[in-house]
Every structure is written in structure tokens, then in C-alpha cells.
Design a protein around this ligand. Sequence first.
Ligand code: ASP
Length: 438
Amino acid sequence: MGIKVAKFGGSSVAGAEQFKKVKAIIESDPSRRVVVSSAAGKRFSDDHKLTDLLYLCHAHLTYGVSCEDILHTIEQRFREIRDTLGLQYDLDADLSRLRSRLSKDMSVDELVSRGEYFTSRLLAEYLGFTFVDAADCVFFGLDGQIDKEKTYAAISRALSEHESILIPGFYGKLPTGRIKVMSRGGSDITGALAAAAVGADVYENWTDVSGILMADPRIVDNPSPIPNITYAELRELAFMGATVLHEESIQPVKEKGIPLNIRNTNRPQDAGTMILENIQETDRHERFITGIAGRKNFTILTLVKRNMNQSATLRNALEILDRYHAPVEHITLGLDSFSLVAASAALGDALYDVIADLKKTCRPDDVQIQDGIAMVASVGRKMPSQPGVSGRLFAALGAAGVNIRTIAQGADELSITVGVSNEQFETAIRVLYHGFTG
Ligand code: ASP
């Protein structure tokens, strides 16, 4: 039987009720032998994540202000879980050890990592899994990067010695022996490392949504989840503003060709989103737009010059933007003109220097600026093989009165991006969504 690695995010382990759901999920499939847990997160919308409280605690200590109240809140969260579930773990002994070291030799990273540590100690006992401290199986090198070889060896050794293991996410150990935490949301990385280490059949990332949604739910009502998506499509959506998994957290499973399945702890019956390197298209009826994402506040710089040497002029223009650290995100090229699209914030006050330099170096007939532009990308691996997609896309926008200011197609034909005014951003997303999901 293969192995599944299941990572549970903060909202999935926020309290005793959530622990019960996690247990039901684990017990429903014996191949879920490796669990990675975040620190308890929010139980309701204005609740606090333990990680945030721990950071707050440290800030108080730094400025010599008492953190007693916050510490008490944190301890109570853990005690409540222990008592509701009748667990034996000697939490109080560990908590008092923590208190005694707090202001003396404890680094911010070590303090913050205790959110994952205590949550995982409790969850491991509740699930009947062996607790394996991340300090003993997730290692950083001297450069502060994960030492994958050492980490993989330690995790696979732990699994060979125990039937099922639970590893706290988010932290590991430096060669100096000190604890280091990853970037926020880092338990996703630990989960991916564990999946790569044991050669899992699938890396399940359990959260509070039933997968990646086709569009931003703040703009589109009840958007459908994406059933299958490739890593390349995911990159495009993330680049255009969709909040999906951190690139770094995907790398270990992507490298090993392990599918990543995003699932909902509160609705385990939903299949969620499956992220794969390649997708065998079996469902002919599956939509040919995978997802829609976009960002506001871009500036389009259009340079017009009759009979120009396109390559040389474009190269000069790109060099100028590069000099001002304004990445060019899209380019459209015509015979006597081209447009460069950059985030307005990246251009900032340098915009006028950029224009002056463009005029001096490229000697154009004209330079035009349009700001307040939103870029909206429709992403779909099936688009290259499907005639008529761009026609439908532009027709839908036109019929809704959305004025397209610029068009860019990714060279791999994985996405078609249109520039519209900031004011028409939401309309454009809704039109595209409804035009392609109906
Ligand atoms: N608990 C950490 C955070 O809130 C890491 C994680 O949840 O993945 O960022």
C-alpha cells in the first residue's frame, strides 16, 4: 500500500472539534501514515492564530512589557484541547519549562515554533501517532536553506522505525543546534518535504476551502473549485494575483512528480483540487479555462516610432526600465510601436525619469502613458488546442461593454491576458467567469 502525507493547516487544528474531524479523516484511510500539523489557528473570524499571539508575546518581551495575559490565553487554548479530548500529555510541565526560559535564552524563532510543537504533541497522542520533533528531522544548512538530503534521510528513517508519524510544521534546526522557523505558512513546506522524503503517492494539504477556486470569491459569487490543474497553470494564476500555495512549498513534491491534493477538513467528501505536472485529459467536457486571476494598478507605456529598428529600440527601452528596477510584466509589439506593461507601484516616482530616458535614448515620435490599468488573465492548458477561445473571450468582454486596452498572450499559449481600466476589473472577471463556466 502506498503512503499519503496529510498536512493540516491552522484552521484544521484550531480546537478540539477540529481535532475530531482530523481523526476521522486519518482513520478513514490507513495509508495516511504521515501527518504534518500547523499551530492551532482561528476558531472563528475574530479569534487569534497561536503563531500571531506568540509573535506578539515576543514583541512584549523585547520592550519589557508583561506578556502574561497573552501567554495565559495561549496556554488556555492548549489546555482546553487536552481536557476536552482527555489527553495524558504532560502539557503543564512543558509549559512551565517554556516559562522559565522565556526571557533568558529563548530566541523569537524558538518561541514562535512552540505553537506547532504543542499543537502537534496533542494531536499525535490523539491520533495515536508517534511524535517526531521537527528539530530532529527538518534541517537547515549554514546558508539558511533546507538541507534536503539530510531532511529526507531523517524523515524516511523515522517512518521506517514507526508505523505512523506526526511532525510539527514550520520549523527545523540549524547546524548550530538552534531552532529556525520558515516563512509564514511554512508548514506547507514541511508537508511537501515529508511527502518527497517518503515518496508519497499524494501530498494532501488539508485546509478550510474545497480546493483552489476558479476566481476570487470576493468578486465572483460561489466560484467553482478547480478539479485539476498543472503546476504551470498554477504559476500563471499565482503570478496574476491568485492566492495559492507558495512556490517554495510546491518545489519538493513537484521535483518528485508527487501529486498535490488540496482538501477541506470541514468537507472531506469534496475531492478538492489536484495539482499535477501533466494531466491526462480524460474528461472531454472539462472546461477549457482553468482559472481567472488579475491585479489592478498597472501602467502601459507605449512608444511610437515610424520605421524603427524594433529589436534595438525594444532592447533600449527594456534596459531603461530595468535600470529603474521596474519589471516589465507584458509586452505587445507592433510594426511602428510597442507597449510595455509594468506595475505602477514599481515605476513609482521614477516614471518621469523613465520617460525622459526613453525620449533621449529611443528618440520616439511619441510616448503615451496609460495608468489605472488592471490586467486579467484567463489561464487554461486546453486553450492552445481549442480554436475560438480568444474570439469567445473578446466577444464576451465586448458585449458587456468592457474596453480592452491591451492584449498579451503567453508564448506557451497557456494564458490570455487583457488590460482593462481599474474600474472595469471586477466586471471583466465576472464576465469571463460566467462566459466560460456556463
Ligand atoms: N503557524 C505558522 C503560520 O501561521 C505556519 C503555518 O501555519 O503554516 O504562519
